[in-house]
Design a binder for this molecule. Structure first.
Ligand SMILES: [Zn+2]
Ligand SMILES: [Zn+2]
Length: 310
């Protein structure tokens, strides 16, 4: 079955079967999506909405990219042709058109390890490819100490998709406490193999130049204003960036240097106590004494800050 990204790749490469057939559609006004359509006497159940695109505003035209139960992806649009004024409101009349079907067949070939990482992460994106390349490079350079049984640990300086690739490639995860996150928003990664020295690999300045077309399309997509073809074009630009990251020699992408590092002492206690404010069980090591009460960090610092959506 085509992934969402592959669907856009196929559309941008014009690998679609044009249909232009009138169909009957069961539309859910609350979910604002088609639930079912009837084509030549056969019913197709929609199981996934891959995108809704405002293709034009006058007349209003919405295009829906849907996956049906059989796995096939179709583009459907409501063609509004006639408007009448009713009680001061414009009421449109229209018909549903089954626009095209997306051809099957994966078009982006990546190596099997990267495929596994993309499955774990949910999609293939430039940051994931960067995380993959940087860990591959580090593991190659640290082959000898790793062969002699040294334990690998990693400090990452961002919280992008790259971190998922690093965890998958190195086995160093937040949960096993061999991954330390210092979110400084940098594509820099320090691989520590042994005691006090780490190999810091950092993305070289200017190696991934800003692409104005990509930035413009990204802005439109985030604002919900991109058309289907713009969204598909964006996927192609992403793919080009991913291909560049995968094909460029690692020493061209990343600078490398060894530097002294510290690692916080391991507080892996599992004993639980109770916060005297909210009553929830908390790791004992995480309790704070405030005004004579033992509190959890959440109760001391208020609601958890979130950077999502910024
Ligand atoms: Zn990603
Ligand atoms: Zn609490």
């Amino acid at each position: 079955m085509l992934t969402r990204e592959s669907v856009f790749r196929q559309i941008d490469a014009d690998r679609v079967i044009p249909l232009q057939e009138l169909v009957g559609v069961l539309y859910d006004n609350h979910l604002r999506m088609p639930l079912r359509f009837c084509r030549r006497g056969r019913e197709y159940d929609v199981v996934e909405l891959l995108g809704a695109f405002r293709e034009s505003s006058t007349p209003p035209c919405m295009l829906y990219l849907v996956r049906v139960r059989e796995g096939t992806v179709f583009a459907l649009y409501l063609d509004l042709t006639e408007s009448v004024e009713l009680g001061g409101q414009t009421v449109w009349r229209g018909q549903w058109v089954l626009h095209f079907q997306v051809e099957e067949g994966e078009t982006m070939l990546v190596d099997i390890r990267l495929k596994q990482i993309a499955d774990f992460h949910g999609h293939l994106c430039p940051d994931l490819a960067l995380g993959y390349r940087v860990s591959q490079y580090a593991l190659e350079r640290l082959t000898l100490p790793l062969m002699s049984g040294a334990l690998l640990r990693v400090i990452v300086e961002n919280t992008t998709s790259a971190v998922d690739a690093i965890q998958h490639m190195t086995g160093c995860t937040l949960g096993n406490r061999r991954l330390l996150v210092r979110d400084w928003g940098k594509h820099a990664y320090t691989f520590i193999c042994g005691e006090e020295e780490g190999l810091r690999l950092a993305l070289r300045p200017g190696i991934l130049p800003e692409n104005p077309e990509m930035a413009e399309l990204e802005g439109k997509i985030q604002a919900g204003q991109a058309t289907l073809l713009e969204t598909a074009r964006y996927q192609t630009l992403l793919d080009q960036r991913i291909a560049f990251i995968l094909e460029t020699p690692a020493e061209v992408l990343f600078s490398a240097r060894y530097l002294p590092v510290g690692w916080p002492s391991d507080q892996s206690a599992t004993a639980l106590a109770f916060c005297e404010v909210c009553g929830e069980p908390v790791l004992e090591t995480h309790l704070i004494l405030q005004n004579g009460h033992r509190c959890c960090l959440a109760c001391v610092s208020g609601p958890m800050p979130t950077r999502w959506g910024v």
